[in-house]
Structure formats: structure tokens, C-alpha cells
Design a protein around this ligand. Structure first.
Ligand code: FEO
Length: 579
């Protein structure tokens, strides 16, 4: 093992170091040890730093698997060039394009512009935007092989969503080593290359799974199934932390067990569309945003180059399906139509379906496809979204609300269970917390929304401010981000029923909440309800995530009371486990 260091070898000062070691025949790991990194993305804090692992495989041809984080630029490039003349590197395999693995792709290309970059189609597309120069590339799919010679036959395994849609694993038939990048990794930094001491790492292994992999548990199960189709795997060469060899069966088994448990409790929507066609990307994104408000996971797939096996797997693991209509003509029409036939054949009557047009006139007939799914017994998750001209902000709002409707339908059993579950003294006591009755109204451009609220409380004097708890799946939540403006309408005791009844209604996606309601515009543009007792004009200053709600802190710019002697309506509840 070789260690390179930019600082003296004491724990407190060893911020960035590099190690190399041979892990199998003609296979070397280059471990970038980031001793003091204390946070990864926004989702989790690190107690033991992390490592970024890169691998060199020397057959008759040479492949580098992933690179490192750009903070290791000099150390990594010095090490790589000591290990091999960069001109001898034939392939750079990109497992995943997040910068902790691909941060030095441009630098490696600088050393040898003739390298062929190998990756999933989406990875190559992402890289084009990252390195800003032409490069040789080879797109690979699950099951395809690349022969390096001298027995090193590489087989690729598609592993979308672990942790981005671009992920592929690489299996070397000679060394029985599977290179998995984020999957099966852990943020753990120390001198040992392998997982000899289980007790030392198992807590971090679980923490990493919970933060990074659990949200895509069904994708983990699909990937494990594909790994099971490979010959023996004796080493899992991960992109973070120790490589798995000594406790491989145990640790991979844990992923399977945790994912099976997780998959039972989380529902998935498979979202199929043709990227880059019409307005499909943005419409699909809006629908996914809406679904995401309901604790349902969305897994997206591009119909254009989807493999039948991938399509079938995603359909089978999904509780809901959303399809952006493909074009009727052109290059991508036939593969996309074939993919829709595959979806239809794999769908089952317990699923919900939602369809949307992406380019108006040139789309496949949404009604035709809709009928086919209805005949197969699927429930309509939302009415088919048809485009009339170019999508507007109102169209995107409609898509988001349609997605939320679908997600709420999929999670309805859980919501019912929650309502019935707590009939305890505690729950009844909690129900004695009372609040006023309010209606929040907001308008941004041509998009508007409203919500009945009672979890409202003054929170500061200077500036004047208050908080509102807004459930994550409320449509108005999208109009209550930091910097957004809205109106808090305060309802009057004895005179609130008509407004409360109206705004408690379930509105269809995109429906106008203010039809037949008397309003006039506030200075900030949001509607003031003419029949409210008082109103406040507000601006969102900050938000705090609290489980199933956002606590939204807002300051108040202006306000007025219509009737000086009237009282605010009070909301009395019986129980505290639902509204
Ligand atoms: Fe380790 Fe998703 O990057």
C-alpha cells in the first residue's frame, strides 16, 4: 500500500490523503481519504469523514473506473500518473456523474484526450454539460460487455436511481469484482481498505443506507436482482468507504432486508415520458413535484431508449403509472410506442394511471391509450391532461396538483389508518389545542390558490411576524416559498360557515378556487376575501420542515379590520391526529 499526503500524519491535521493498493489481479484502488468532511449533500452529517474510490484495471487495454472529488486534484493526478502513463488509459468508466466521482474527468481528459468515456446514456449527457468539450464516448446498457483482454471481461449492470438515474455497475469476470459507486458504500474514512471489522463500520453502513438508498428501496431491490444474475461476486468495490469482501454476503443481505421492509411502506409512481420532446421535461417535473408532496417516490424513465426489462420492472414495482404521450411520428415514435405496449402488458388493475400530452397535436391519442388502461382495470389517478397551445404557469400548476391528487389516492389507506389509529386520551387531549379560522390566499402571475388554516400563531413583534403550519401536500405550499407573498384572511365568529365550506371542498387539479367568491386584490396581488373579518398582507421569510408539515414564518406588511367589534372564529376539535 502506498500513502500520499499533503500534511503531516497526525489525525487532527490529516485532512486529505491518498492511498493506493492492489485489490485483485491487475486491479488497483486509488482511495481519496477526506478525513474531516462533516456533511454530505444536505441530507446527512458525517462523523467519520469519507473516501472517494477510483479503480484502475489493467488488461491488454486499461480502464479507469471513476475519478475523485476536485479537492483531490493534485494528489489524485500525481498518484494516477505514478501508477500509469495516462496515454495508456483506454477507457474511463463513469458509474455516476455526481462530482465526488466525476470531479476530475476533465483533468483526466486533459492528460489523455483520446480516452473513451463509457457510461449510461444519461451519464454521457450529463458529462457533456460538465466538461464542456468534445470527447469520445461509448454508451452502455445492462448486459453489454467490454473486453479489456487478459481475461478482464467487463459486464455492465444498469442501476438507475442509486444514487442518480445515470448509475451503472461494472462487473469484472476475471476478478469477480463488482464496482458499484454509491451503492453499498458508507461515509467512513480510515486506513483500512476492506471491511474486516464489521462492528467498526456497521453503524455507518446503516446510516448511509437510510440517508441515500432507502428513498429508492425498490431500485435497490431491482439492482440486487440483477446482481444475482451475475456469476459469483467476491468483492464489492464501492465508491465510498471500505470495499466489501469479508462480510459481503451479510452486508448485501442487509440491503435486501432493509429495502424489502422499506418498499412495503413506501409507494412508487413510475413516470414514463420522452425527454427532450415537446414540453415533456417540465410537465413531467411538475407532476413529479406534486406527487413528491405526498411521501410517494417517483422513478422516471425515458421511453425513447428504455429497455423492455427496465420498463417491466418499473411497472411491476409501481403503485401508480404516469405517461407523457410520445410522438405519433419521427425517430422516437416506434421505440416509445413499443415501450407503452410493454407498460400496458405489465400493468395491473390495482394500479392508478395518469396521462399527459406533451406536444399537443403530434402526440399519440391520449384518449385511445386512456381507454386501453381503463379496460385493463386501472384507476384514473387524475384526468388526462391535454395541451391547448404552449403550456403556461397555470398548466404547470395543474400538473403539480394532478400529481398530488394521484399521490393522495395512493396513500389514502395510510391516511385513513392514521385517522382511526389514535383514539387515546392523549389524542383527545391534543385535540383541545384550539386556533382561529383563517383562509390563506396567494397569487403569483396567473397562478393562484387558497387554503383553510387554523394552525396559525403570532411569533414575533419586531418585525411583526407569525407562523402557519402548512401540510406538505397542500397545493398552496408551492406559493409559500421564501420570498413569496400572500394574504391571511381572518374569519369572523358566526359568519364563517360559507367561506369555510367553500374552501374545504376538494378542488379538481387546476380548478379556480375563487370562482363565485367575492375578492379584491391586495397590494401584494393576492386576493382578499370580501367577507373576511380582517386581513394581513404577508411575506414568507423562512420555513422549517416539521415531519408532515412546513412551519412557515412570515412577516406582515399591512392589514385591516372590517368590523371593529367582531371576534375571530375559533376552531374547536375533538382529536389531534387529523384535521
Ligand atoms: Fe457519491 Fe451520489 O455521489
Amino acid at each position: 500500500m502506498v500513502a500520499l499526503d499533503d500534511r503531516p500524519q497526525t489525525r487532527s491535521k490529516r485532512r486529505l490523503t491518498l492511498q493506493t493498493s492492489d485489490i485483485a489481479a491487475e486491479t488497483t484502488v486509488i482511495r481519496s481519504l477526506d478525513w474531516d468532511r462533516d456533511r454530505f449533500d444536505i441530507e446527512f452529517s458525517l462523523e467519520n469523514g469519507t473516501t472517494y474510490n477510483s479503480f484502475l484495471i489493467r488488461g491488454e487495454k486499461v480502464a479507469l473506473v471513476d475519478t475523485s472529488h476536485e479537492k483531490f486534484r493534485q494528489l489524485y493526478l500525481d498518484t494516477l500518473t505514478k501508477l500509469i502513463d495516462p496515454q495508456q488509459i483506454d477507457y474511463l468508466i463513469i458509474s455516476h456523474t455526481e462530482p465526488d466521482h466525476s470531479g476530475l474527468v476533465g483533468d483526466v481528459l486533459d492528460l489523455n484526450p483520446n480516452i473513451t468515456i463509457v457510461g449510461a446514456k444519461v451519464a454521457i449527457q450529463f458529462l457533456e454539460n460538465m466538461v464542456h468539450r468534445p470527447f469520445k464516448s461509448q454508451v452502455v446498457k445492462s448486459g453489454e460487455r467490454l473486453d479489456l483482454g487478459n481475461g478482464h471481461g467487463l459486464e455492465f449492470v444498469s442501476a438507475p436511481n442509486l444514487h442518480w438515474p445515470d448509475t451503472i455497475f461494472t462487473y469484472d469476470t476475471k476478478t469477480q469484482t463488482l464496482f458499484t459507486c454509491d451503492a453499498f458504500g458508507m461515509h467512513f474514512c480510515d486506513d483500512r481498505t476492506f471491511d474486516e471489522e464489521l462492528e467498526r463500520i456497521e453503524q455507518e453502513y446503516r446510516h448511509y443506507y437510510d440517508c441515500l438508498m432507502a428513498p429508492n428501496a425498490r431500485s435497490v431491490l431491482s439492482a440486487i436482482k440483477r446482481i444475482g444474475e451475475l456469476p459469483d461476486v467476491t468483492t464489492v468495490a464501492t465508491g465510498h468507504g471500505p470495499l466489501l469482501r469479508y462480510h459481503l454476503t451479510d452486508l448485501m443481505g442487509r440491503y435486501q432486508e432493509w429495502s424489502q421492509t422499506q418498499a412495503k411502506s413506501v409507494k412508487t409512481v413510475g413516470l414514463f415520458y420522452v425527454s427532450g420532446y415537446g414540453d415533456g421535461d417540465r410537465l413531467a417535473h411538475a407532476i413529479a413535484e406534486g406527487i413528491g408532496k405526498t411521501d410517494v417516490v417517483v422513478e422516471a424513465m425515458d421511453l425513447r431508449d428504455a429497455q423492455p426489462q427496465d420498463v417491466r420492472e418499473l411497472v411491476e414495482l409501481s403503485s401508480g403509472l404516469v405517461i407523457g404521450m410520445p410522438p405519433q411520428s419521427g425517430d422516437m415514435a416506434d421505440p416509445a410506442k413499443t415501450a407503452i405496449s410493454t407498460i400496458l402488458a405489465a400493468a395491473n388493475a390495482k394500479q392508478a394511471i395518469g396521462l399527459f400530452e406533451v406536444a399537443g397535436g403530434d402526440d399519440e391519442s391520449v384518449d385511445l391509450i386512456s381507454n386501453q388502461f381503463r379496460e385493463a382495470g386501472l384507476t384514473q389517478g387524475f384526468p388526462a391532461i391535454k395541451l391547448e397551445g404552449t403550456p403556461t404557469e397555470a398548466t404547470y400548476q395543474l400538473c403539480e396538483e394532478a400529481g398530488t391528487d394521484l399521490g393522495q389516492w395512493l396513500t389514502r389507506d395510510r391516511a385513513m389508518k392514521q385517522m382511526k389509529a389514535l383514539d387515546s386520551d392523549l389524542d383527545k387531549a391534543l385535540g383541545r389545542l384550539s386556533g382561529g379560522l383563517y383562509i390563506i390566499t396567494a397569487k403569483r402571475g396567473e397562478v393562484s390558490s387558497a387554503m383553510l388554516a387554523s394552525w396559525v400563531s403570532q411569533a414575533s413583534f419586531e418585525p411583526l411576524g407569525f407562523t402557519i403550519a402548512v401540510a406538505k401536500d397542500r397545493a398552496i405550499e408551492s406559493l409559500m416559498k421564501v420570498g413569496d407573498r400572500f394574504v391571511l384572511n381572518i374569519l369572523e365568529e358566526g359568519n364563517y360557515q360559507p367561506l369555510m365550506k367553500h374552501f374545504l371542498k376538494r378542488f379538481a387539479p387546476g380548478a379556480d378556487r375563487f370562482a363565485d367568491i367575492k375578492t379584491y386584490p391586495a397590494t401584494n396581488g393576492s386576493p382578499i376575501l370580501a367577507d373576511s373579518l380582517a386581513y394581513l398582507e404577508c411575506e414568507v421569510v423562512s420555513r422549517m420542515e416539521c415531519s408532515d408539515h412546513w412551519i412557515v414564518y412570515s412577516t406582515v406588511d399591512a392589514g385591516r379590520v372590517a368590523k371593529a367589534d367582531a371576534l375571530t372564529a375559533v376552531h374547536h376539535r375533538k382529536v389531534g391526529n387529523h384535521y
